[in-house]
Design a protein around this ligand. Structure first.
Ligand code: NDP
Length: 610
């Protein structure tokens, strides 16, 4: 027996499956999903499809255009914009304006109101600014309405409604070299100036549709999950979709969104057809109400400590205590450096890198075996259970957690239409065709996700014109170039929040918070030093680009082996806009340290101020 097998046996116990056969099965499942059009398989939601992004939640309010000036304009009223606005207010900035396309604050939680919408990252870590607002969420995993209400409370708390422009879509932002200010234009005829602009557009904010032949011909009712049409379905985010009681409903997509809304569709529709291309990995949810005694016992600083504890554990680090102790920390405990450390303690020596890799792979196989066994245990019909089993490694796609999704397929009115990895064949006037079978529908819902891997400016919906007339789309055509992901040369006084060469965290708001604090520090320093502009220098930007490249995210090899999805640019390597090329490879903990060190030395390295 080789050393590796010994290590595996000693740390993971008896291996009761054939890993070689399993690996071959994964590869087979990936191969039959690979397609030459990659990301081009999706349709941009514009032109004939633009009604898919209309706001179904509020009517457009008339207002006169504005032609004034503010000190800081924040584009986006989601978590990024709220954190940016909140941190600036705390630092004494008064003249702030949030510009937001939606009818209110909340970002992704404004748009995604589909039944069952909830966050599957623990609420006590995920909801921003809990201590600042003296609020403890009602459940371990919050439902969408509570998160939207909290967003609006943040906006009220920090007076971000004052001077905000809601229902306003930015159409262009241009630098005026003489005035040294940004000129912002919108679809409401506004033309305002801003000394500073911070963009918080969100990484997954632009819905996309599948380019299925015939999609434009469907005569029934149709919408995207991020614009749920309650006027048609009836009910609300808790379900009770009484409008569907006599309807044949189809849903395309089985990602994280579909997993949450399908149980409600199954409970309400006369007949539900779920069109599946790749099953999600769906593990135990185990939500629970917040214990008031625990909430009352929280000491100041509790939220930051909890976020840190979670972030360290899900970045592969060690912590004495696992405060969150959920599906996420469990996965990372099994599949990262923590597992290797436990193994080396058991063996009394360090593991070689080959041993580490074999250990992670085998632990991953075991974990996914348990996810597949869960489908078998919860779904009565064997053939359906079989189709619901995911055949890929855990992080090829976003893991899902839900307790009602799989049992929904036991309902007599719910049918899983598996497309054997090929996707829906055709859409007709009457319904959806799979494998030559036409399924007639009254309503077709697209749970097909959001643009990832397209250019930043296309996803933002506007271009930015910097110094010398250079556009951001030109500048970033071959990939992002930034300093710390937050600034880019030629675009003074402009900051980007989100996943633009920053750190990707499981708990996204934590990264946004660190970025907002950093930008607030910069603006505060400018004020303290009597400066009005900050410009990234060529060497500052080149330094960060080189640092990004030197730490090019390990895991590229892992993702090539994965079934297609937005994590691996739909199975095609080499796209400069793909999801993980934006992530700092050394991870969030190191990234936050770099920002803190940069602030601590006070030299504003890589930038020039005036
Ligand atoms: P996804 O991109 O994850 O899923 C899209 C789905 O559409 C996939 O199942 C995809 O199949 C399917 N699809 C696409 N084209 C076709 C086709 N031609 N025929 C059949 N099926 C097709 O979008 P979601 O909205 O589900 O989730 C997006 C992200 O939003 C998540 O990854 C997560 O980050 C976030 N989210 C977070 C939640 C939370 O709890 N915090 C809840 C919901 C979403 P295939 O897999 O084969 O590509």
């Amino acid at each position: 027996m080789s050393d590796i097998n010994q290590v595996l046996r000693q740390t993971l116990g008896e291996i009761d499956f054939d890993p070689v056969a399993l690996k071959a099965k994964y590869r087979h499942e990936r191969d039959r999903r690979l397609r030459s059009d990659g990301n081009d398989q999706y349709v941009e939601v514009k032109g004939d499809f633009s009604n898919y992004v209309d706001d179904p939640y509020v009517d457009q309010q008339a207002r006169a255009p504005v032609f004034d000036e503010v000190e800081v304009a924040i584009i986006g009223g989601g978590f990024g914009g709220l954190l940016m606005g909140g941190r600036l207010r705390e630092a004494g900035f008064e003249d702030i304006r949030v510009i937001e396309q939606a009818g209110d604050f909340g970002g992704t939680w404004y748009w995604n109101r589909y039944p069952g919408a909830m966050c599957d990252v623990e609420s006590y870590c995920y909801l921003p600014l809990l201590e600042e607002l003296n609020y403890v969420p009602k459940h371990k995993y919050s439902f969408a309405p509570e998160i939207m209400a909290h967003s609006q409370n943040i906006a009220r708390h920090y007076k971000l409604y004052d001077n905000a422009l809601l229902q306003t879509r930015v159409t262009s932002i241009a630098w005026d070299d003489t005035a040294e200010k940004w000129i912002i234009e919108t679809d409401r005829g506004d033309r305002m100036k801003a000394r500073f602009v911070t963009m918080a557009n969100g990484p997954l904010s632009r819905p996309k549709l599948p380019g299925i032949p015939g999609i434009e011909t469907f005569k029934g009712h149709t919408f995207h999950t991020s614009r749920w049409d309650y006027a048609y379905t009836g009910g609300d985010s808790t379900g009770n979709l009484h409008g569907l009681a006599d309807k044949r409903v189809g849903i395309i997509g089985t990602g994280a969104t579909a997993v949450q809304c399908i149980p409600h569709l199954g409970a309400s529709a006369a007949q539900l057809y779920v069109f599946q291309r790749t099953p999600s990995s769906v593990d135990v949810r185990n939500n629970r109400e917040t214990d008031p005694e625990w909430a009352g016992s929280l000491e100041p600083g509790w939220q930051y400590r909890r976020m840190e504890n979670f972030n360290i554990l899900v970045s592969g680090g060690d912590q004495e205590e696992d405060l969150v102790a959920d599906g996420w920390t469990d996965i990372f405990r099994n599949l990262t450096g923590i597992a290797a450390k436990t193994a080396s303690r058991k063996l009394g020596r360090r593991l070689t890198s080959a041993e580490k890799e074999a250990l992670m792979e085998m632990a991953d196989f075991q974990k996914m075996n348990s996810v597949r066994a869960r489908a078998e245990a919860l779904v009565k019909e064997e053939a359906t259970a079989e189709m619901l089993k995911p055949w890929y490694r855990q992080f090829c796609k976003r893991p899902c957690f839900h307790d009602e999704y799989l049992p929904t397929f036991n309902r007599p009115n719910v049918e899983l239409i598996d497309t054997a990895g090929r996707g829906v064949e055709r859409i007709t006037e009457r319904g959806v065709v799979v494998d030559g079978r036409e399924i007639e529908l009254d309503c077709l819902i697209f749970a097909t996700g959001f643009e990832v891997g397209t250019s930043y400016t296309r996803r933002a919906g506007y271009d930015v014109i910097g110094q010398g007339g250079q556009t951001l789309s030109e500048k970033w055509r071959d990939g992002l170039r930034t300093l710390h992901g937050l600034q880019t040369q030629g675009f003074p006084n402009c900051f980007f929040l989100g996943f633009t060469q920053t750190a990707v965290t499981v708990n996204v708001p934590q990264s946004l918070n660190e970025q907002a604090r950093h930008v607030t520090y910069i603006l505060g320093e400018l004020k303290a030093r009597g400066a009005t502009t900050i410009q990234t220098l060529a060497e500052g930007e080149a330094g960060w680009v080189a640092e990004m490249e030197s730490k090019a995210r390990m895991g590229e090899e892992f993702r090539v082996e994965c079934t297609p999805g937005y994590y691996n640019n739909e199975g095609q390597a080499g796209n400069p806009n793909s999801f993980f090329t934006f992530a700092y490879g050394a991870g969030p903990i190191r990234f936050f340290e770099i920002l803190a060190e940069w602030r601590a030395n006070g030299r504003l390295e890589g930038c020039a101020i005036r």
